[in-house]
Ligand binder design. Structure first.
Ligand code: TXA
Ligand code: MG
Length: 331
């Protein structure tokens, strides 16, 4: 691991104007650039360049059938790649730019690489609300395919150093924009029909979407999406240590992932996601906390119960995947 780490450290750069300009050149030349979004760091490539997109799958060790999110500046840009439904227009109007991803039918005329969609007829598009991501989109004038910048199945990165620890010279550059604000990935909605269907809970809560649109968000279609979005269902976000949910006590050898003002008593390592019991703070801390407790060398991580409402839905979704059996072939 010594060599790749060194190469990655060299590739990590503060996201100055000059660094963003050279990152854009790398992207236009078909190379990979990791960059911050308001959710997590993404591993970006020109979505119209199949060779570049292929490098994303290779670097992440991601199965080719697991499609990527395409980042765009705005709905007008997305219009060249996907067919907006009336529902999608309303959702984009209410939440873009921001951490909401829309799955829509791909246009026949779309110049996107087929690798991006993993052979599906749909594309997941999102307009990020982060100045560095937006500057890259402007400077390249290209749609950017960018999954979370972690090895497939591992914990998503919320800091540039997380990316540097996992990727070596596969990436031309890692733009450092500090810790990400939300700390959880975007919410993914299938917006092809009349009512939105939740494919992945995320930084925008279901309650917020329902309040903004006055429509009910359907759940439960995730099963139907299983073949097309496998990364969402298997073991994912996995630290090396085991993960035990709904912990009421800390066992010997365990680290504690705590939540709220009354953490369980323990002599071992502790990370409290939010002593105040604030779910937004907990979401922002979650992935860094899992990494830190994993690095403590604990055999397992005991996780205190976290309320299920609001952002708690996405937090619990990530924790359940982190705790899922790591079956062979899991992405
Ligand atoms: O916040 C985010 O969404 C971050 C940042 C970097 O934008 N990106 C991200 O990408 O989380 P990724 O690749 O880690 O997760 C994208 C998920 C995958 O589980 C994939 O299966 C699903 O989106 N997906 C992509 N295209 C899809 C499609 N056409 N239909 C259904 N699911 C799709
Ligand atoms: Mg991911």
């Amino acid at each position: 691991m010594g060599e790749p780490r060194k190469a990655a450290a060299k590739a990590m750069e503060k996201a100055t104007e000059a660094a963003i300009a050279s990152a854009a050149e790398h992207l236009l030349a078909g190379r990979l650039v990791a960059f911050p979004t308001e959710t997590v760091y993404g591993l970006g490539a020109d979505a119209t360049n199949s060779k570049a997109v292929a490098q994303i799958f290779a670097a992440k060790g991601r199965p080719r059938f697991n499609p990527l999110i395409v980042h765009v500046l705005d709905a007008a840009a997305a219009d060249a790649y996907v067919a907006f439904t009336p529902l999608a227009r309303r959702l984009a109007g209410a939440f873009w730019p921001g951490p909401l991803t829309l799955v829509l039918d791909k246009r026949d005329t779309s110049p996107l690489s087929d690798l991006v969609t993993g052979g599906l007829a749909s594309v997941a598009v999102r307009s990020p609300d982060h100045p560095i991501a937006r500057a890259l989109l402007r400077a390249t004038g290209r749609p950017l395919a960018a999954p979370s910048a972690n090895r497939s199945g591992r914990i998503s990165p919320t800091q540039a150093a997380h990316v540097a620890a996992e990727f070596g010279d596969e990436v031309a550059m890692i733009l450092d924009g500090g810790p990400t604000a939300h700390g959880l990935e975007s919410t993914i909605l299938d917006a092809r029909g009349e009512a939105p269907v939740l494919l992945r809970p995320g930084a925008v809560t279901v309650e917020t979407i329902e309040a903004a649109l006055g429509v009910k968000v359907a759940r439960g279609s995730i099963d139907a999406e299983r073949p097309s979005a496998p990364g969402q269902l298997m073991s994912h976000y996995a630290p090396r240590a085991g993960v035990r949910l709904e912990a009421r006590e800390v066992r010997p050898g365990e680290a504690l992932l705590a939540f709220g003002p009354a953490p369980l008593p323990t002599e071992g390592p502790v990370f409290n996601l939010s002593p105040a019991g604030d779910l937004a703070e907990a979401a922002a801390n979650l992935f860094a906390a899992l990494r830190a407790l994993d690095a403590s060398g604990a055999e397992a991580i005991a996780v205190m119960p976290i309320p299920a409402e609001g952002l708690g839905e996405a937090i619990n979704d990530r924790l359940q995947r982190a705790a899922a059996p790591r079956s062979a072939g899991a992405s």
